[in-house]
Design a protein around this ligand. Sequence first.
Ligand code: MF3
Ligand code: CO
Ligand code: CO
Length: 396
Amino acid sequence: MDGDSVTQAESTVSCARCGKPAHLQCPKCVELKLPREGAAFCSQDCFKAAWSSHKSVHVKLKNDEAFNHSEELQKNWLYCLKKGQIRTPQCPHFDWTGTLRPYPISKHRVVPAAIEKPDWAMDGIPKIEPSSDLQSRVEIKTPDKIERMRETCRIAREVLDAAARFIRPGVTTDEIDEVVHEATIAAGGYPSPLNYHFFPKSCCTSVNEVICHGIPDARRLEDGDIVNVDVTVYYKGVHGDLNETYFVGNVDEESQRLVRCTYECLEKAISIVKPGVRFREVGEVINRHASLSGFSVVKSYCGHGIGELFHCAPNIPHYENKAVGLMKKGQIFTIEPMINAGIWRDRLWPDGWTAVTSDGKRSAQFEHTLLVTETGVEVLTGRLQSSPHVFPWLSS
Ligand code: MF3
Ligand code: CO
Ligand code: CO
């Protein structure tokens, strides 16, 4: 865009740089249908001189203004309420804790008839999961089930990696959801979140102060944001679940420290996993590392058993806790610490899903699906040779 020249404006406004009468307009602002005020310049020289600071309005204003001007979006995109059971054209009122706001969400995405679906896909209600005895008893997986979990978790990893490669300033979280949805069905899988207790999308995208369960919507990612993408795939009758938090463009040092600390919390927790270890020790390790860095641990959401069920026993808190039970060979569960820059307390948006920090400060999360082995742990959702290099601390 640097090389473009400004185009002739219809009537006179003031130059966005020097205030003189302006007859020229930034072509990118015209393309985005941004307001003429702030897009007008008196000369090519003023336009060039203003470019480095001016260009950021193309992303920022696109979020706030252009959206409301588009008829297509007004017709087909609505705000989510009541856990996904209601849509509304008006942004709901709420005592927002930070600067992030919900945006409208797109229509539901379709999964081909040939793909095997979990029992909530049609009506939004899981039927086997809540009444299963595996809510209280931790399953020891058979070798066949372990092999299917390996396959599913590998697909989930590849799907998350596809999303990671796509992330940059200006993309909407709905477009990330589209990447996740298409990559999942291309692999023959079903995106487990889709219609799970009415969740309206195929993955969770949690930006800045969102702790977890953010709903992909029309908001464009901005330079400096952090965004967690949480992918779960259902394939060959089992679920695989993982998430990572990514940097969007240039992120401030404190947010980088938060994301790295959260990554380390998960790594430290994984390192203790082996037969005979108490489930409660996971939270002790995570709480210690987060506290030492001056961060806090979310209490409302925990790691969980996983397999033919999306969520089952054991429940694994990431904070100091009294959970009972020992790890055994053949168990499969997730660890998924959510770490806050400020206080640990969470609140829920009017959509019934989006968990945000109560103080509006940022939150990060990482998640893996883990198998307890004879001697330790197998990270079923572990990074692949092909995984993109998105974390500076992993590049040697
Ligand atoms: N993937 C999330 C987890 O780690 C659960 C998402 S459920 C949804 O447990 F409905 F919000 F998608
Ligand atoms: Co999980
Ligand atoms: Co998850």
